[in-house]
Design a binder for this molecule. Structure first.
Ligand SMILES: CC(C)(COP(=O)(O)OP(=O)(O)OC[C@H]1O[C@@H](n2cnc3c(N)ncnc32)[C@H](O)[C@@H]1OP(=O)(O)O)[C@@H](O)C(=O)NCCC(=O)NCCS
Length: 184
């Protein structure tokens, strides 16, 4: 369990699947989280997707529930997904979704990302982490840049939803840059 000031990041449990079902059937949440509104998901498909995770058998991803300490309630999920195609564990992408919309804009995303970065660099000794979103996801880009990510490129018309193509934005942060971050 990763412990912050107001939240913990803990392993997903079978009881959390109902929350995944709620969040992953929300068009706005899924569009922002996945850069595509893939938001028609049955409980069975969610169970199937999460099965390896629940058993701790997926070597490609570490997935965490974001849980508020004060209420004990989960508000979203986050992940560290390794770039395993090279069969090396140097790089990973961070993923983060606060599914409870009334929790947006209150600093939780910042706290979650700091915990993920601490885990990625100070425990897993990764060399680099990446962050992907689409150009109009202002909150996601602001959050990544606030914590030191640099924009590395834009992929033109990479994703399609709401009857138009959107650019994808790729950001990255090296461990050497993280080590020099201003302490707050
Ligand atoms: C994106 C997300 C993780 C941000 O988390 P959050 O808790 O809402 O963000 P925070 O309150 O920690 O704010 C982080 C920074 O982003 C900025 N920000 C937050 N919401 C913003 C918005 N709607 N527009 C522009 N900037 C915004 C904040 O101003 C803050 O910077 P500051 O401290 O310099 O003011 C969260 O809104 C979310 O889960 N959204 C839905 C899914 C998603 O987009 N996931 C990311 C996919 S890569």
């Amino acid at each position: 369990m990763l412990t912050g000031k107001r939240i913990i990041l803990r392993a997903p449990e079978r009881e959390d699947l109902k929350l995944f079902h709620k969040w992953q059937n929300d068009e706005e949440v899924m569009t922002l989280a996945r850069s595509m509104p893939d938001h028609v998901k049955s409980m069975v498909s969610i169970e199937a997707e999460m099965e390896k995770d629940l058993k701790g058998e997926d070597p490609e991803v570490r997935r965490y529930m974001i849980q508020e300490k004060s209420s004990g309630k989960a508000m979203g999920w986050s992940s560290i997904r390794f770039h395993t195609w090279a069969r090396r564990y140097h790089n990973a992408d961070l993923g983060l979704c606060i599914g409870e919309k009334d929790k947006w804009g209150k600093g939780y995303g910042t706290e979650v990302t700091k915990l993920l970065l601490e885990e990625a660099f100070e425990q897993l000794n990764l060399h680099k982490v990446g962050w992907w979103t689409f150009a109009e996801n202002k909150a996601s880009i602001a959050l990544a840049k606030k914590l030191g990510f640099k924009e590395e490129g834009r992929l033109q018309d990479q994703v399609f939803f709401n009857n138009q193509f959107h650019d994808s934005v790729v950001l990255g942060l090296l461990k050497s840059q993280y080590d020099k971050r201003p302490r707050r």
